[in-house]
Design a protein around this ligand. Structure first.
Ligand SMILES: Cc1cc2nc3c(=O)[nH]c(=O)nc-3n(C[C@H](O)[C@H](O)[C@H](O)COP(=O)(O)OP(=O)(O)OC[C@H]3O[C@@H](n4cnc5c(N)ncnc54)[C@H](O)[C@@H]3O)c2cc1C
Length: 270
């Protein structure tokens, strides 16, 4: 389907909590884990969301409220119509013995990755973390999956602490070293995963977010400073090699105008 938009009805809405919901939509496209779709809300805007599950007749997206678009989307009900374009970008590699590391809503794209790995009989370990239990989408599903270890900052479910506190144990517990580390979540978490992977000499693929517009690499909105990588085309999943030239890690993301909010840069490239 790629760049042509189709409007579809919302088939079902699963409320994980008031500000975190999964939308079940007709399967009009075929997305790889880590790829994203552009969702258009008539009269509001169009924004990118990862596909969080894929079935024979439906796909799912999982949405956390952070601003005007996501709040409006979370008010939608079954039968309301959305525009969909995609899938866009490059997804995760399906690799046996993968270590999946997700923070909060970043666990959404990892859910489709875990689904694909399971379907192919490929072994994986998934460290799924969030600030608190309520911020973990699909908690019941995660708790039933023996490949998953849960972490919450406040200890409300799983091990207390961040996913990075589980890193060393996970490495010690897996029968063979991970052949690929796949991460999705807040950028500080991704940079910590990148650093840990470098120390252990493990290949990584990390899912980054930037303000996106066209999704097809024409507008330049999501180009990464220092590299010219268009995150919507060459990403959103980046390898270590792709990350090396980028100079904007840790800086506030550019807004819709392309302007980066003024700040005193604290974080630098690891
Ligand atoms: C490839 C990709 C996949 C995504 N997948 C999902 C998903 O599966 N589920 C989900 O809930 N969200 C996902 N997002 C993020 C989602 O697109 C944003 O939350 C949404 O665009 C915010 O729109 P808004 O109008 O509600 O909030 P805005 O007013 O646009 O933003 C509210 C706040 O969030 C910040 N923000 C918004 N978008 C981003 C971003 N991309 N990176 C960093 N900070 C940002 C803004 O700076 C602002 O502080 C994804 C983003 C990308 C680029």
């Amino acid at each position: 389907m790629a760049d042509s938009m189709q409007t579809v009805p919302i088939l079902e809405v699963i409320a994980h909590q008031a500000e975190l919901k999964t939308f079940i939509l007709p399967r009009i496209l075929d997305a790889a884990p880590g790829q994203f779709v552009a969702v258009w809300l008539p009269g509001v805007d169009e924004k990118p969301f990862a596909v969080s599950a894929d079935g024979p007749e439906t796909i799912q997206i999982t949405v956390k409220a952070v601003g005007p678009f996501t709040r409006r989307l979370l008010n939608c009900r079954p039968g309301d119509r959305l525009g969909l374009r995609g899938p866009f970008g490059r997804g995760f590699t399906l690799m046996p013995d993968s270590l999946l590391i997700g923070g909060g809503i970043g666990n959404a794209p990892l859910r489709l990755l875990a689904q694909r790995l399971t379907e192919r009989g490929l072994r994986y370990t998934w460290l799924a973390g969030a600030r608190r239990a309520a911020d973990l989408p699909f908690l019941g599903e995660l708790q039933k999956n023996p490949a998953v270890r849960l972490f919450t900052d406040d200890g409300s479910v799983g091990h207390p602490g961040t996913v990075m506190t589980g890193w060393t144990d996970a490495l010690a517990a897996t029968p063979t070293p991970p052949r690929l580390v796949c991460g999705a979540g807040p950028e500080p978490m991704l940079l910590a995963v990148r650093e840990a992977a470098r120390l252990h000499r493990l290949p990584v693929e990390l899912s980054f977010e930037r303000y996106m517009k066209c999704g097809i690499g024409l507008c330049g909105q999501c180009c990464l400073d220092g590299s010219g990588l268009r995150l919507c085309v060459e990403g959103p999943i980046l390898t270590e090699e792709q990350m090396q030239g980028v100079t904007e890690w840790g800086l506030p993301p550019r807004g819709p105008s392309g302007r980066r909010p003024a700040t005193t840069p604290k974080a630098t490239r690891p």
